[in-house]
Design a protein around this ligand. Structure first.
Ligand code: FAD
Ligand code: UDP
Length: 373
């Protein structure tokens, strides 16, 4: 090795992206005495978990983030770095002024049909799903078969078509199976054993995970590849996989979002952290009132309207579109990735998976274990 190569190559790992995957990998590697450089194209760390602070309120800049998991190892892992509060997500749906509890449970069924007992609710849903006799092939069939036609029409169809920019018949069934359906009066949006929001916000968690690493902000790896690759023995890449390969097989599709944030001179705007607007006409999908994630008592409040958007280059790619065409294209990139000797791919963008945070932590722990032993 030449002398200047020796000077440049001062890290064991170059980690591209300071989101949860990159940060967990960095922590695991640093704890084993490895030197890590994290580069991040945004001007802050944390990826989509990042919070800004307005008037003492932690604002979820990239949309509502609630940590939930049934994996005890993951829960104990994140709790080592930050304490979590007792927040339980219980969003409500607003359909043209009618208010329903989510996820789909006895409160929803009762409000929709006037039913009182689980038996009455099951009977109603059985009647409404009678038309679906086969294994659901798309999101519409899956939704009707789970909760019947009325709930599909008022609480799912409009919201989903706004969110994904396509007809429910063209979307995969698994997206709607993320939501629990319960025949109990229980408004907890998740079934998981553990749930909460980090006390002090997500930045506390990410800062602790990145402690002891070097971090450079405002650097796009794909634009300065050679320089940064030469600085480390191995690369952990958490950006979009198609951009890593210069889109050589074509572009994967993503859904994007636009957030509009407002500070209001009142103490309580909507009485709950998340309200979904489930009609087709309201252009946003949800309004978040951030203070309620941490039971805030500040005199003012901050709300954010979340507008779905088609992804175009230059925008943030938030959601992979895991339909048949995109999954096939992803497989082609994944085959190349599997044969990369120096690069480890991980996270929502590099694995092209609709991962929640706990799954990202799980995957980063597994991959770092495999790599570092
Ligand atoms: P990211 O957070 O996207 O991090 C990747 C990082 O890499 C980014 O900071 C990006 O800027 C950077 N990067 C990309 N390319 C490059 C490059 N070329 N050079 C340098 N840097 C680069 N999960 C939950 O568990 N609960 C929730 O309530 C929840 N709500 C969500 C709400 C919304 C609106 C969205 C979009 C997601 C939500 N999630 C939720 C999912 C959660 O955001 C992800 O699981 C998690 O953030 C993924 O972490 P990551 O590290 O894989 O990706
Ligand atoms: N969904 C819906 N109505 C709602 C909430 C969710 O139809 O009021 C559907 C929608 O298709 C969404 C999916 O359920 O994409 C998963 O919802 P989740 O809240 O998990 O979405 P995320 O928080 O990941 O955006």
């Amino acid at each position: 090795m030449k002398r200047n190569e020796l000077i440049l190559k001062k890290y064991d790992y170059l980690i591209v992206g300071s989101g949860l995957f990159g940060a967990v990998f960095a922590r695991q590697a640093t704890d084993r005495g490895k030197r890590c450089l994290v580069i991040e194209k945004r001007n802050h760390i944390g990826g989509n978990l990042y919070c800004s602070n307005i008037n003492g309120i932690n604002v979820h800049v990239y949309g509502a983030h609630i940590f939930h998991t049934s994996n005890r190892t993951v829960w104990e892992y994140v709790n080592k770095y930050v304490e979590f509060n007792r927040f339980t997500n219980s969003p409500i749906a607003n359909y043209k002024g009618e208010i329903y509890n989510l996820p789909f449970n006895m409160n929803t069924f009762s409000r929709m049909w006037g039913v009182i007992t689980p038996e009455e609710a099951k009977k109603k849903i059985a009647e409404q799903r009678a038309a679906i006799t086969h294994e659901p092939q798309n999101l519409e069939e899956q939704a009707i078969s789970l909760v019947g036609y009325d709930i599909y029409a008022k609480l799912i169809k409009g919201y989903t078509e706004k969110q994904w920019g396509r007809d429910c018949k063209e979307l995969p069934p698994f997206i709607i199976k993320r939501l629990p359906v319960r025949y109990t009066y229980d408004n907890n949006y998740f079934n998981d054993l553990y749930q909460g929001i980090p006390i002090g916000g997500y930045n506390v968690l990410v800062e602790a995970l990145l402690e002891g690493c070097d971090v450079e902000l405002g650097v796009d790896f794909n634009q300065h590849r050679e320089k940064y690759e030469n600085m480390a023995d191995k690369v952990v890449y958490t950006g979009t996989i198609d951009s890593y390969y210069g889109y050589r097989f074509g572009k994967l599709e993503y859904r994007s979002l636009r957030f509009e944030t407002e500070v209001l001179d009142i103490d309580n705007y909507q009485g709950v952290a998340v309200v979904n607007y489930t009609d087709r006409e309201t252009p946003y999908t949800r309004i978040i009132e951030h203070k309620h994630f941490e039971f805030g008592t500040q005199p003012t409040t901050v709300i954010t309207r979340e507008y779905p958007a088609d992804w175009q280059e230059g925008m943030e790619p938030y959601y992979p579109v895991n339909d048949g065409r995109n999954n096939q294209l992803y497989q082609k990139y994944a085959e190349l990735a599997a044969n990369e000797p120096k690069t480890i791919f991980g996270g929502r963008l590099a694995e092209y998976k609709y991962y929640d945070m706990d799954k990202v932590v799980e995957s980063a722990l597994a991959k770092s274990e495999q790599e570092l032993g």
